[in-house]
Design a protein around this ligand. Structure first.
Ligand SMILES: Cc1cc2nc3c(=O)[nH]c(=O)nc-3n(C[C@H](O)[C@H](O)[C@H](O)COP(=O)(O)O)c2cc1C
Length: 371
């Protein structure tokens, strides 16, 4: 028997046709080779989602340059020709199963906890990050205090993102998603307490989103128009679940309109550490994703606890978003779209899947033990 759910209807981002509105959310799996090259294990991992019928697969955060961008040991990169060759195997396998795939491009900034180059961390300002390193990705203790970025550092970061996007295209990806969420470098620029700059990249919200807009515009100018350029944003962070954009909806409108003007194809709103309902409601009562749709005119993807299929259906039917992405629900159910279509039960996510580290090998061992 077939079940209907609004997430099972097709949609389009740019010229890319999605067979449903379910996306695999970006999830770091710290399972690449030590030099950042994707492995066969990663190819099977991503292929499994495509086989499960996801409308879109978004990769884990992938570092952009061979300087400061890497966040974790065994994180994959898009910073060399070897990386391109490794990712090509992944994109071919995913395409063979019928899903488009987008690479999430990430610069860790002050939240880098594993960069074998030993170059120290950089950030908009020399502010010690809140909280502690993430043990699931191999860190422990406080993050170091970063060095404040010069204008030359900013130019290098932009070049890193643009070159990584060009490599993503060479590797066969359908697009890139700029990681401007969850407390990493671009979110450090957007966040008032980590950005104390008094130049064109600090102060007003228009200035704090300027670097992300510049990266989007420069990538757009470099890649063909069919290649997607999305942006992921969040109010919350891996090291701060309580932060909210200080200007509420008026900040949100500046951010979303600016990114649309820069040439973004879609916006992806994450809610790190919290479910959508906890973080989506702005002080004026609207949801952040509904404001994103209105201010940008772009397809908007909502994230956070969407394995609650009732919530996913309310978000889509209520006009709050065009698509939903799932992280933990996808890990527990790589075949979730097929299950939803069949009306089958979903497996519950168990945090032990990511323990002691969030590697693919640990999740596989968990699955075998719970068969
Ligand atoms: C193991 C794991 C790794 C993650 N890595 C990333 C990442 O690389 N980039 C990112 O933007 N979000 C990352 N996230 C956050 C997820 O994309 C998602 O926002 C979060 O899990 C909430 O969605 P969910 O309720 O569907 O799990 C990660 C989450 C998990 C569980």
């Amino acid at each position: 028997m077939q079940f209907t759910h609004p997430a099972l209807t097709p949609h389009r981002i740019g010229v890319v046709e999605l067979k449903n509105r379910l996306a695999v959310a970006p999830m770091s799996r710290v399972s690449a080779a030590p030099d950042g090259t994707p492995t066969d294990e990663m190819t099977y991992y991503y292929q499994d989602f495509a086989r499960g019928g996801w409308g879109l697969v978004i990769t884990e955060g992938t570092y952009t340059d061979t300087a400061h961008s890497q966040g974790y040991l065994n994180q994959p990169g898009l910073a060399s020709d070897t990386h391109v060759t490794g990712w090509r195997r992944v994109t071919d396998a995913v395409h063979a199963e019928g899903s488009p795939i987008v690479a999430q491009l990430m610069h860790a900034g002050a939240l880098s906890q594993g960069n074998p180059r030993g170059v120290g961390t950089i950030a908009p300002s020399a502010v010690t990050p809140r909280g502690e390193m993430l043990e699931e990705y191999g860190g422990s203790g406080r993050w170091p205090t970063p060095r404040a970025m010069s204008m030359g550092d900013i130019d290098s970061v932009v070049i890193g993102f643009v070159d990584a996007a060009a490599r993503a295209q060479a590797a066969g990806f359908d697009g890139v998603e700029i990681h401007a969420a969850n407390g990493y470098l671009l979110d450090q620029f957007l966040t008032v307490y980590t950005n104390r700059r008094d130049d064109i990249y600090g102060g007003t919200v228009a200035n704090r989103i300027r670097l992300t807009c510049r990266i989007v515009a420069d990538i757009r100018a470099r890649v063909p128009s069919h290649f997607l350029v999305g942006v992921r944003l969040s109010q919350t962070k891996v090291n701060d679940f309580t932060y909210r954009w200080p200007g509420g909806a008026s900040d949100a409108e500046v951010i979303f309109a600016g990114l649309a003007e820069a040439g973004a194809d879609y916006l992806h709103i994450a809610s790190e550490g919290r479910d959508f309902i906890d973080t989506a409601r702005l002080p004026d009562g609207r949801t952040i994703t509904a404001v994103a749709r209105a201010a940008s005119g772009l397809p908007v993807m909502a994230n956070g606890g969407m394995h609650d299929l009732r919530q996913a259906s309310d978000v889509l039917d209520g006009g709050h978003a065009d698509l939903v992405s799932l992280g933990r629900g996808a890990l527990a159910n790589p075949d979730l779209p097929a299950r939803v279509a069949a009306g089958a039960d979903l497996n519950a996510f168990d945090h032990a899947m990511l323990s002691p580290m969030a590697t693919i090998a640990n999740a596989r061992a968990w699955s075998l033990a719970h068969k």
